[in-house]
Design a protein around this ligand. Structure first.
Ligand code: ZN
Length: 334
């Protein structure tokens, strides 16, 4: 069986504004014939491109969820041409719990693609998102933030495809988004379990973000997310009439995240003291920080080093670490 069991009363082919829910069957002790109701909006006006706007892929990443909830209330069919599909809290149980992963099945939605229509809720969701929503879309947008454990410089992201024309369209889209930094990730050979990787087989234009984080709603990050989404509607000709926000006058700094050399992990368990902040430019071999052993004060701290050069775009928040926690990641100019 490959057909999704997630159902909605929303008619994706109808003109107008429909705001409702997608219903994921969830028969449990407390609710025998129950469903999980996942907020969904479709705003359509005639022929034109379809854009899928998604947030809450990780439940504790709030800027995108807030930006898309605002857009659902604001956007009217008369303002657009084509179709805007909005899924503001994709992994809904995780979003309601304020957690990265689902409290029901511990699923990390962005590690479950292509999903499973007969799996647990998170796997059913990724299958539905890929085979139903992504299938209908020309452009897919996945708004992330750092969440509870990370802080990011607000960045827009896209992927490099085998098809150069798709890559070019993706780069033009992140340039239109208007964040100061744009990251070009290598999709070729990427883990198939992410939302972005799922776009590869369908050659969809993909835009992602990492908007601050810290488990809160950043003022600047929310503004970048809201204006960026509006600019995408304008860039793709979905928005009709006078632009609501000005398009960026200069292109973002284009960055790439290389392999393991761009990540720094805690070398031991303890309290991590970082030596640099977000936005720092570092060189290979530079000390990144050290882990202190508070229970054994005479023991020398364990040093962690940057293995590559670049800009610090992401930093871990909690001071306590265990070996294997990501404490920094870098990006470097393309
Ligand atoms: Zn995320």
């Amino acid at each position: 069986m490959t057909v999704s069991r997630i159902r909605t009363e929303i008619d994706f082919s109808a003109d107008g504004k429909q705001v409702g829910w997608a219903h994921l069957p969830h028969s449990v002790h407390e609710s025998a014939y129950g469903v999980i109701a996942i907020p969904l909006a479709v705003i359509r006006n005639g022929e034109g491109p379809t854009i899928l706007l998604m947030a809450g892929n990780h439940g504790d990443e709030y800027e995108g969820q807030v930006a898309l909830a605002k857009l659902i209330r604001r956007l009217e069919p008369g303002q657009i041409r084509g179709r805007v599909i909005i899924l503001p809290a994709a992994n809904f149980p995780a979003a309601m719990a304020g957690r990265r992963t689902s409290p029901i099945d511990q699923g990390n939605l962005n590690r479950t693609f292509p999903g499973d229509p007969r799996g647990t809720p998170t796997w059913m969701l990724s299958h539905w998102i890929e085979t139903v929503l992504m299938e209908m879309a020309d452009i897919v947008v996945d708004l992330h933030s750092g969440g509870s454990s990370l802080d990011y410089i607000p960045i827009c992201m896209t992927r490099r495809f085998e098809d150069a024309a798709v890559t070019e369209a993706c780069v033009a889209a992140v340039q239109a988004f208007g964040a100061r930094y744009a990251v070009l990730m290598d999709l070729i050979g990427e883990d198939r379990t992410t939302f972005a990787a799922a776009t590869r087989t369908r050659n969809r234009i993909v835009v992602g973000t990492e908007m601050a984080g810290k488990g809160t709603v950043g003022i600047e990050a929310l503004e970048i997310a809201e204006t960026g989404v509006q600019r995408l509607l304008q860039h793709f000709g979905i928005w009709q009439g006078a632009p609501l926000v000005a398009m960026p006058t200069e292109p973002p700094t284009l960055l790439e995240v290389k392999g393991v050399e761009h990540y720094v992990y805690a070398p031991d368990a303890g309290v991590f003291e970082s030596f640099v902040d977000l936005g720092a430019r570092v060189v290979a071999g530079q000390p990144a920080g050290q882990v202190h052993f508070i229970d054994d004060p005479m023991r020398p701290p364990a040093l962690a080093h940057f293995r590559g050069a670049g800009l610090v775009v992401c930093k871990r928040l909690p001071g306590r670490v265990v070996r294997g926690d990501c404490v920094f990641h870098l990006a470097s100019e393309v």
